[in-house]
Unconditional design. Structure first.
Length: 328
């Protein structure tokens, strides 16, 4: 087990070994047990993390703020519209200064073709860990909680579970591709047989697919890509029906267009869930576009584990902070 984490950046889990990810999960389980028993975990007493948000957040902001409090530290929430970032201060200058004030910087920046580069620039110019709270390409904190939930519900041996990442119709906003990207990259590393399903126009970047296939070959998983929604649901052990935007093929920020509207049938219904294995998990990063991505009877039904999944955002966030801000 790798135990050297202090100061380590988390931009994408592709940069972390499987052994390191296993350590994060092990610490997450330990912190969750201690939380359940009311055992204090003041591992980061008097330490400060800066939480920079370019976009709105519910689970991510609150899991980080609550998590650092339970670890004995403090979070400074930074709305970037009220920072000098709004007056074009560089990522470099922001990172250097915040790194001198505190012990970590966490940032959400989902602007297409900007967000990930922004975090990489911060990481290159600070002495403290930079933690990705979601960019245009990656959402490591979400996928850690996803993996933890799958292990809790279906067992630690995840080899050859059929896990389907399925595009779904939504109209709330043009969502980032970072959740499905992170899922198809990580799950094959745990031996899962991943099916990625989407209609024309919603492909993921070629380099992501290449890396996912390499991960599958190395760790004994697989990746299947299909435009057949029913094929993805059939015999699945876990389904993630979730919308993502057509950023790879259409970089317009327009939410509703002809491509989206032609795929209203991509919705998670009871008929779709009936195609899955009887103990199949319905999962979603939230917020879900109820009535478009999924019907209420599924998201509120017996297959759904969305609230356990959301709670695990707290425990995995605490593990990442405890290891990178403290640790050895």
């Amino acid at each position: 087990m790798n135990t050297i984490f202090r100061g380590k950046h988390l931009i994408t889990l592709q940069d972390w070994t499987k052994e390191e990810i296993d350590t994060v999960l092990d610490v997450s389980y330990d912190l969750k047990r201690k939380h359940a028993m009311g055992i204090p975990t003041p591992y980061l007493s008097y330490k400060t993390i800066f939480l920079m948000f370019f976009e709105q957040s519910t689970r991510t902001r609150n899991s980080m703020e609550t998590g650092i409090t339970q670890l004995g530290g403090h979070a400074n929430f930074l709305d970037t519209s009220t920072m000098q970032v709004a007056h074009a201060e560089s990522a470099k200058d922001t990172a250097i200064i915040l790194g001198r004030f505190g012990e970590a910087i966490a940032c959400r920046n989902c602007f297409w073709d900007v967000g990930n580069e922004y975090l990489e620039e911060m990481a290159a110019n600070t002495t403290v860990p930079v933690i990705n709270l979601q960019t245009d390409l990656y959402h490591p904190m979400q996928v850690l909680a996803d993996l933890m939930t799958i292990q809790e519900k279906l067992g630690m041996n995840t080899r050859h579970l059929k896990v389907s990442v399925i595009w779904a119709y939504a109209t709330t906003h043009k969502k980032p591709i970072s959740v499905p990207v992170s899922q198809v990259l990580l799950f094959p590393r745990y031996g899962m047989d991943v099916t990625l399903a989407y209609p024309e126009g919603y492909k993921l970047p070629d380099f992501v697919i290449d890396q996912a296939k390499e991960n599958a070959e190395k760790y004994g998983g697989s990746l299947t890509i299909t435009g057949d929604m029913e094929k993805a649901y059939r015999d699945a052990d876990v389904v993630f029906p979730k919308n993502w935007g057509s950023w790879v093929t259409n970089q317009s920020s327009e939410v509703i267009d002809s491509t989206l509207e032609s795929n209203k049938g991509w919705i998670c219904t009871e008929d779709m869930m009936a195609l899955t294995n009887k103990d199949c998990l319905y999962m979603h990063a939230l917020p879900a576009d109820r009535g478009n991505e999924v019907v209420d009877s599924v998201i509120d039904g017996p297959h759904s584990v969305i609230y356990d999944e959301a709670e695990n955002r707290l425990h995995t966030a605490k593990a990442v902070m405890a290891l990178t801000m403290g640790g050895r």
